[in-house]
Design a protein around this ligand. Structure first.
Ligand SMILES: C[S@@+](CC[C@H](N)C(=O)[O-])C[C@H]1O[C@@H](n2cnc3c(N)ncnc32)[C@H](O)[C@@H]1O
Length: 189
């Protein structure tokens, strides 16, 4: 992604659809700063520094649209900075509470508290369209945890309800994220 030409993607997309993206979802490979944040559990993929992430040319992908960015607690402030750098205004948040096979909350790692949830912050740029059905979508997902860092499928249903028949782009996606009507980019595809 460090060398990916986002501008070329945006321009090509505009050329063939006459539109930029309605929704961009990004799940960055955050580099964790504390010595053993995952208590010995190895992160099984490459990570990127905050500077590398903020250097991605996300600004060119949308003129009216939403950015969904998955974050961890220690990167909340960085996400707000990224939104400003990339031209978005924070507008909402989705919380994913992770459920065990037995239907209980799974407590993971944390410095002060043990985290049982992940957050997806939503930014908006310009004047994005929004379906009336959006009013029926809650801001919480309660669903089973699967592979490491794997996000829940419910997020796609929420996005596609909020912005039906949109142009959707996912950055840092993996094979499990591939979905009809979405363009997915990532180094594990
Ligand atoms: C947090 S994971 C994404 C998880 C995904 N959203 C899911 O639901 O399974 C971050 C991804 O970014 C990828 N990644 C790390 N460094 C990268 C780079 N320089 N270029 C492209 N992808 C990279 C990792 O390999 C990993 O697949």
């Amino acid at each position: 992604m460090l060398t990916f030409d986002f501008f070329a993607l945006a321009q090509f997309h505009k050329q063939i659809t006459d539109s930029l993206f309605d929704v961009v979802m990004i799940d960055p490979p955050w580099k964790l700063s504390s010595p053993d944040p995952t208590r010995g559990v190895t992160i099984a993929y490459e990570t990127m520094s905050d500077a590398q992430i903020s250097g991605l040319n996300i600004s060119c992908l949308q003129d009216n649209g939403y950015l969904f960015i998955w974050t961890i607690n220690s990167k909340f402030k960085d996400c707000f900075k990224l939104m400003t750098i990339w031209g978005y205004e924070f507008c909402d948040e989705i919380c994913w509470a992770k459920e065990s096979l037995k239907g209980k909350l799974i407590k993971g790692n944390g410095f002060y508290l043990q985290h049982a949830k992940e957050s997806c912050l939503i930014g908006k740029k310009g004047n994005p369209r929004k379906s009336e059905k959006g009013k029926e979508i809650g801001d919480c997902i309660f669903s089973k945890r699967r592979g490491q860092s794997q996000k829940p499928d419910e997020i796609y249903e929420m996005i596609e309800t909020l912005v039906p028949d949109g142009y959707y782009l996912e950055i840092f996606g993996r094979r499990n994220n591939l979905r009809n009507s979405w363009i997915t980019i990532g180094n594990e595809l």
